[in-house]
Design a protein around this ligand. Structure first.
Ligand SMILES: *Cc1c(COP(=O)(O)O)cnc(C)c1O
Length: 232
């Protein structure tokens, strides 16, 4: 996949997204499109970012660290969307404006330690395992309340909502229920923690974004639909 092809797909995707959002009663402007750029070479991203500002999401600290400096002259904002090991926090922080995958106290401690040194706050989303598949990252929904209480002692972390990865299944009802669950959890936590701006629901990928939009997604994470299949 080259830059021109990705640009064409991006344009078509934005149009389809706007039409679908309206069809399900959402305002297209309230949904941000994040491009999941893992394995996509920097030169392909450069060709796209040269034409329009991009929000990119990376999964691997090492890949982010190599790619982000190559695009530093372009209007690119980076989010981190993958599982983050505590010893990789230092590699990620210089580049990102949000982390979607905060899922445990040890990671919060490491982030807070580094951010405190830098005198900086960082928007974060708490990753939730809404389908309760054992192999998945993310907190079980019933541990989120206690985790948000714990995070009160980590004021450099600005919790702005939740992230989930839908279950890998063709059963649309199950996928939709997992997204609805994230929205319901957000509503419940917003009532419990009124001081937090829990505005974001990061959910929906290439295969299930329409269901996510219907259930209130504010950030879609789209890779394959724009960049084509990844090398295996
Ligand atoms: C790769 C990835 C995506 C994008 O997946 P596609 O199916 O290629 O759209 C979204 N979120 C996360 C966490 C990912 O790792």
């Amino acid at each position: 996949m080259d830059g021109e092809a990705a640009l064409a797909r991006l344009k078509a995707f934005r149009e389809e997204l706007a039409a679908w959002a309206r069809a399900v009663g959402r305002a297209p402007e309230e949904i941000r499109l994040l491009l999941a750029s893992k394995t996509v070479p920097a030169d392909v991203l450069r060709a796209v970012a040269a034409r329009e500002p991009l929000l990119l999401g990376e999964n691997f600290a090492q890949e982010l660290k190599v790619k982000a400096p190559k695009l530093a002259d372009l209007p690119v904002e980076w989010h981190f969307i993958g599982h983050l090991q505590s010893n990789k926090v230092k590699d990620v922080l210089p580049f990102v404006t949000m982390i979607h995958s905060l899922d445990r106290p040890s990671l919060a401690r490491e982030l807070h330690k580094r951010l405190t040194k830098e005198g900086r706050r960082l928007p974060v989303l708490v990753e939730v395992n809404t389908s309760e598949e054992p192999q998945k990252h993310g907190l079980p929904p019933d541990e989120v309340d206690a985790f948000l209480t714990f995070l009160r002692d980590y004021p450099t972390l600005s919790v702005q909502g939740f992230m989930t990865v839908g279950p890998l299944t063709s059963d649309e009802d199950r996928i939709r229920r997992s997204f609805a669950r994230l929205r319901e959890l957000r509503d419940a936590m917003q009532a419990r923690f009124p001081q937090l701006p829990l505005v974001h629901l990061s959910m929906g990928m290439s295969g299930d974004w329409k269901l996510a939009v219907a259930e209130g997604a504010t950030i879609l994470r789209i890779g394959t639909a724009i960049f084509g299949p990844r090398p295996t």
